[in-house]
Ligand binder design. Sequence first.
Ligand SMILES: Nc1ncnc2c1ncn2[C@@H]1O[C@H](COP(=O)(O)OP(=O)(O)OP(=O)(O)O)[C@@H](O)[C@H]1O
Ligand SMILES: [Mg+2]
Length: 460
Amino acid sequence: MSIQKRLVGSYLVVIIVTVLILEVFLTVFVRAYFYHNIERTLMNQAGISASFFQQYFAGEDLEKISGRLLSGFAHNITAQVQIIDAEGKLLQDSNGLQAGEFMSDYPDVQEARRGTAGTWRGREPSTNEPVLAVAYPLQAGNITVGVVRFVTSLTETMEIIRHILMIFMAIGLMVLGIVALLSVFLSRTITGSIKELKSAAEQMAEGDFSARANKRYQDELGKLADTLNTMAAKIQRNEQLKNEFTSAISHELRTPLTSIKGWVVTLKADPGEGEFLLRDGLDIIETEADRLTRLVDELLDFSKLDNGQIRLECAPLNLSVLLQHVGKQLAPRAARQGVSLDVQIDNRFPAIHADSNRLKQVLINLLDNSLKFTGPGGSITVIARQTEREVVISIQDTGSGIGEQDLAHVFQRFYKGDGHAAGSGLGLSISRQIIDLHQGKLLIHSQLGEGTQVEIYLPK
Ligand SMILES: Nc1ncnc2c1ncn2[C@@H]1O[C@H](COP(=O)(O)OP(=O)(O)OP(=O)(O)O)[C@@H](O)[C@H]1O
Ligand SMILES: [Mg+2]
């Protein structure tokens, strides 16, 4: 069943129950109100009549004065008046009913003969008319000598009650109708948003991530639309990154492969060309193979980091030894490029807790960047210092620097500048993830044309 039907259904159930309960209460109340009013009027009248009898006629024979009494009691009242003797025999009737009939079957009369006022509502057996009767004892001293009885027809009253109840029913139906219409309208405001969300989600499920869900209100559904849109945007971005990455990698792989292939072809075609050529060729093939290996390693690292598969193997680490070692490893390359590489760290630098292989990887990545982007005559300085809680390793170069626009993106995977030195754009992203795993921070400051400073903050 659709949500709209469910909503409308539940609105209707609630309102039908409410209206029914109200109608039942109103019906009971209206009837009680009318009957009670009539009964009270009759009872008053009967009470006045009885006390009148008690005051002025108590000593006389009821049967004899009953005619006079009746005309007195029936004066000014539309109800039927009856005077009945102590045995329950009808003496007088204002409607001209035959005297002598026994009335003791009526519950009200029975009650009155026992000395208390009685009422009865029912159908008059002879006419089948609905009536309300009130009987009141006529007393002389403490003895009940007869009964005065007022009877009124309820036909008209019942008609009025029926009318009022019809009006209640009509109002109830009208309320139901209005609520039904309103609930259809109101539920549309909800289901409308849901339908839109659904169709947007379906489009996305079919691979169209440019689809966007329309946000109508600031409610939960609005939030859902936002979430859906953010998700689609992220997927779109990832899709784009993936494509960029694939083309970047293909390009990256092609260059060394082309060069290897070229040399292999050359050497094969002319094996006797001489030892120098062979050596040059093999050297280049080796370098290119190294480049490929590095690229593949980076890619593997990257995917492992991404899947959270990399676990740090932290141990106490002598930072001074590590920095000196990395410095020595890269010194020949720096010398070749005419760049001065200087490592400044106190020998007594306290041990830190870190994964030495991973930290070395980060340092080599960062120094590789500095070396790539610093021309001959430039300098690279590595300085380690400590603050109260952290160890800071700063790598500063006087290279090309990074423009403000690029700076915001350099930590993104596959993001690389457009200089020819740029690699696959994974180095900084991998480095930052490794430092993050150490609960540290990796910051980069740079000014185009002036140089770059990268700082590694590690907790002590
Ligand atoms: N020291 C630096 N000087 C100037 N530009 C830099 C420096 N370090 C990084 N960059 C810029 O940031 C980009 C991203 O660096 P990153 O190390 O992530 O990738 P890469 O060096 O191009 O490739 P990879 O490290 O994967 O071989 C670089 O392409 C370069 O444009
Ligand atoms: Mg790099």
